[in-house]
Design a protein around this ligand. Structure first.
Ligand code: ATP
Length: 238
């Protein structure tokens, strides 16, 4: 459903992605693993239309999305949940969630938005108890849940998640990854960027390792875990 084909990207003269290819099939959670600076966030930026690639193309459901504006990529069904969550702290949880469905609100589809809100809250019941609270007063884990729930309000068929477990206590991280595992059953595939390789692979059908802007390895979680490259990607060469 998502095909990234031979994508290259540079910040000025500094290459950040070199002919990166990967795919996500319907019903899959796929992890993209690598250290700081490997190019993971840059790749998500290219897929979501925030960054223009220098070469290659991205297609989603057989339609080219590279070159589209970010809002058109969202309308095509691909939503990114950014690293650091980027919530509006002074706004309430409810208002943050409603921002995720601006397309439907603009079309005055209030009933649909109410249904989406219900679905999002069913995945993260703790948010239902905090709807009128300012988002900035939530715990780190709750803020991550809110960022994901906001992304789901746009009814994506593919969610791009940038380090959802970053900085969270292991128990909270596990809870969030548990929701990620269940998203395909709700009709939403996932491309999961993580430094937490073990956690990510435990909820994924496949994974890729990226270092220095290149995909070095791909395979099942078992294959990736058994690979010397995984150790190298995270600890550097022996
Ligand atoms: P992290 O988890 O730290 O975000 P990452 O794997 O997502 O790591 P990227 O953020 O994609 O990595 O960065 C890839 C490379 O591009 C790095 O060398 C980084 O320094 C560089 N880079 C990222 N953003 C910019 C920018 N806005 N301007 C210049 N160089 C950048």
């Amino acid at each position: 459903m998502l095909r990234v084909e031979s994508i290259s990207f540079a910040y000025g003269r500094q290459p950040a992605l070199r002919e990166v290819s990967l795919k996500v099939q319907p019903g899959e959670v796929v992890s993209l693993l690598g250290m700081n600076g490997a190019g993971k966030t840059t790749l998500l930026g290219v897929i979501s239309g925030m960054l223009r690639p220098k070469g290659g193309r991205v297609t989603f459901e057989n339609r080219q999305i590279s070159g589209l504006a970010p809002s058109a990529v969202v309308e095509a069904g691909v939503v990114q949940v950014p690293e650091g969550r980027q919530l509006f702290g002074p706004l309430s949880v409810r208002e943050n969630l409603e921002l995720g469905s601006y397309v439907r609100l603009r079309k005055r589809q209030h009933k649909e938005v109410a249904r989406d809100l219900e679905r999002s809250l069913a995945l993260f019941p703790v948010l239902a108890q905090r709807l009128e609270q300012p988002a900035g007063t939530l715990s780190g884990g709750e803020q991550q849940m809110l960022a994901m729930a906001r992304g789901l309000m746009a009814r994506p068929r593919l969610l791009l998640l940038d380090e959802p477990s970053l900085g969270l206590a292991p128990k909270v991280a596990a809870e969030i990854l548990g929701v990620v595992r269940d998203l395909p059953a709700q009709g939403c595939s996932v491309l999961l960027v993580e430094q937490n390789a073990l956690g990510a692979l435990s909820v994924s059908q496949r994974g890729y390792i990226i270092t220095g802007g290149r995909i070095r390895q791909s395979g099942s979680p078992q294959e990736i875990l058994a690979d010397e490259l995984l150790r190298e990607a995270f600890l550097g060469p022996r």
